[in-house]
Design a protein around this ligand. Structure first.
Ligand code: 6R9
Length: 680
């Protein structure tokens, strides 16, 4: 058991863990470094000569490594008997079987035992300067109250509760309350439209939804309850909707709505403050989280209890050099995996003070983040390149106004960070003294897999490179042309895959294990395929080169081009959506559409209509920046749209159009080029 506040535990480096380790490890007699001082979880690895050797060992002897870490870092009701049982070729991933635990106990109760008055959450509300703090004791009480409320209304172990809320304490308490009573949660980003929400509720078969009357973001009121009302119209499974109050404005309540009364200041519910935690198996579902793929509908990735929590906690501790007492400021929304792992589960498992950021980087002005850093005394700041690029354009004065001396580490996530943004983040925001950790990972991986400083706090950092695999992670590059050929040399690029399982990886796609296997394990048998390409430098460092599939990344949000095409499809004969380089968003959406024959409509009107359809069916950020009308799209003779050609046209790289010999009608390309030039 790992305890904050400097307390030691009788379980630390138990003789059992030592025995296991000793029997597996080759103990080097060379210069001994105090590995245990750096990583107490690895106390049994004492003989290992240095951090690099410890990392090597975490891969070559991953079972021993993860067994030791899991015993040390998590509180178990019943210890596990099997460290892992995985077969990547079948998409079978199981960790810590036999073990029983409760995630909310790990995130709350054990800290309440030792330091109840430590601040768990600082809610940086949209209204600047009105932050609210919640101690571990208060968060546990709130979680228990919500847990009791849910139980009283029939939510059972194994049910799935959909949470459609802004980033706020009650949302965190709702997630943890689900974990407490053994229900799975399905958090849906509160920027998603009613249709997108409905699709996720239906797929998850949720009968319970939790929301707020209204959200507030960037000074604007967002009608979240109304969106839920519209969504549940097409969700016959939904029996009850819990409604908390974020603003003072009443909303219309229907027969299925239940007011979370007296949730004033998101603190006071009528329920009892004690809620018996369910004893969960390591591999029971903790949550579903929907994300976009290259084809079909969004997929509900499934994460389970012990492995996910362990991985989130360990990466949070070591990638960011988090230390007891630090204030951790991850500005992601809880609706994304970054919010799950580095706003909620990782920090809380480590007993950290974690910030819930409800606003936007430029509200009420572009100094918002740095004002918050000064006010809340943030030690680690974790954000997205898209926001950094935006703020960079407003100039240094918005940063320099505020005291950022508390900052120790700066993190970046969600998309590649270009050199200019990296430099600015490092030089201006971090005053040239804070390491910038560019962290690569995915909804599927549960936590950070590649980052500059997983182990050595003094290691060299190269701008714009995620660089080094985390403990227990074994990345490989595979030739995309000759399927399955492993690229063993350095200074090479290929499909980024993982050669062995780790505890944080997703276990399946909800209700569709076949799709899970086909997407991640069949492209390169024996490996987990990430969907990303990467370059491995001469020194062996990894740099992510971007998606290899039809997924684009708009302001750090993943979206499948096929999802957008599906939405515009009824209004047009044909469409092809691609991503293009955008100076702030990273990628923007560019749609080519072919009108239905005989339809007389002004292009500007149809553009507006199509944009509206995408906002309504998916979310605003997915709406195209450019819509180019065309007579036809370039296709192969077998009828496949040549997206490669469209991408080159949009990037104005006509030299790079490449081999057009498989085109059905080369004249189509000329038309597309002319249309593109007209649009600019
Ligand atoms: C955590 C998260 C995952 C996709 C991923 C990749 C891109 C994430 C990145 C990065 C370059 C980084 N991505 N981090 N690309 N450098 N540091 O963002 O999860 O929403 O599932 O997106 O984002 O393409 O495959 P998710």
């Amino acid at each position: 058991m790992w305890l904050p506040c400097g307390c030691t535990s009788k379980y630390v480096a138990s003789s059992f863990a030592r025995r296991i380790l000793a029997s597996h490890l080759h103990v080097s007699g060379r210069s001994r470094c105090n590995v245990a001082a750096f990583m107490p979880e690895a106390a049994g690895f004492e003989g290992v000569s240095g951090r690099a050797a410890l990392r090597e060992l975490s891969v070559s002897n991953s079972e021993s490594f993860w067994a030791a870490v899991a015993r040390h870092r998590l509180s178990w009701s019943i210890p596990f008997h099997t460290v892992q049982d995985c077969d990547l070729s079948r998409g079978k991933i199981k960790w810590f079987e036999g073990g029983k635990l409760n995630v909310s106990v790990n995130c709350l109760d054990r800290h309440v035992h030792t330091c109840p008055e430590r601040v768990a959450l600082i809610w940086e509300r949209d209204e600047r300067g009105s932050e609210m703090k919640y101690t571990y004791r208060e968060l546990l009480e709130m979680t228990c109250r919500v847990g009791n409320l849910l139980r009283r209304h029939g939510v059972k172990r194994g049910d799935c509760v959909t949470i459609y809320m802004p980033t706020c304490p009650l949302a965190v308490a709702s997630m943890l309350a689900c974990a407490r009573i053994g229900a799975a949660h399905n958090v849906v980003f509160a920027g998603f439209s009613a249709d997108a929400l409905a699709e996720r509720i239906r797929d998850a078969q949720s009968s319970t939804v939790i929301t707020v009357n209204q959200g507030v973001r960037g000074g604007k009121v967002i009608e979240l309850k109304k969106t839920v009302d519209t969504a549940v119209e097409s969700c016959p499974t939904v029996k009850q909707v819990f409604v908390a109050m974020r603003t003072d404005n009443p909303v219309t309540m229907t027969a299925r709505d239940i007011a979370m009364e007296e949730v004033r200041e998101q603190k006071m519910l009528k329920e009892d403050v004690v809620c018996e935690p369910a004893v969960m198996n390591s591999e029971d579902v903790l949550f579903l989280l929907y994300t976009s793929g290259s084809t079909g509908k969004p997929k509900g990735l499934v994460h389970t209890q012990a492995g996910y929590l362990l991985y989130a906690a360990l990466t949070h501790r070591y990638v960011f050099s988090y230390h007891d007492g630090d204030v951790f400021g991850c500005v992601a929304d809880i609706g994304w995996i970054t919010g799950h792992s580095y706003v909620v589960y990782g920090p809380l498992a480590n007993g950290a003070t974690t910030v819930l950021f409800e606003s936007t980087p430029i509200y009420p002005d572009p100094g918002r983040y740095w004002d918050m850093v000064e006010r809340l005394k943030i030690n680690q700041f974790y954000g997205a390149p898209t926001a950094i690029r935006l703020l960079l354009k407003y100039g240094d004065q918005w940063v320099n106004k505020y005291d950022r001396s508390t900052l120790k580490t700066l993190g970046s996530v969600g998309e590649p960070i270009n050199t200019e943004a990296w430099e600015w983040y490092h030089r201006v925001v971090g005053d040239g003294r804070c390491p910038v950790v560019d962290t690569w990972w995915q909804t599927e991986t549960g936590g950070i897999c590649i980052a500059p400083r997983p182990s050595d706090p003094d290691a060299e950092i190269v701008p714009g490179m995620a660089m080094r695999p985390f403990f227990g992670i074994k990345p490989v590059l595979i030739d995309t042309e000759v399927s399955g050929e492993l690229l063993t040399s350095n200074n090479t690029s290929g499909a980024l895959c993982m050669a062995q399982p780790w505890p944080g990886m997703a276990r399946t796609i909800h209700n569709n294990h076949q799709r899970f296997i086909e997407t991640y394990f069949q492209p390169y048998p024996g490996y987990f395929f990430t969907g990303d390409g990467a370059y491995r430098s001469e020194e062996g460092y990894y740099q992510i080169t971007g998606r290899l599939d039809d997924v684009i990344n708009v302001s750090g949000h993943r979206i499948g081009t096929a999802e957008i095409e599906d939405v515009v499809c009824p209004a047009v004969a044909e469409s092809a959506v691609i991503g293009y380089t955008h100076s702030i968003k990273g990628q923007g959406v560019y749609a080519f559409v072919v009108l239905k024959k005989g339809i007389d409509v002004k292009e500007a009107d149809l553009s507006r209509q199509l944009n509206g359809m995408v906002s309504e069916k998916i979310a605003k950020y997915a709406s195209p920046d450019f819509i180019q009308f065309a007579q036809r799209l370039p296709k192969t003779r077998s009828g496949k749209i040549m997206r490669r050609v469209l991408r080159k046209v949009v990037e104005s790289d006509l030299e790079g159009l490449g081999d057009l010999s498989t085109l059905d009608d080369p004249a189509a390309v000329q038309e597309i080029i002319q249309g593109h030039e007209k649009l600019l």
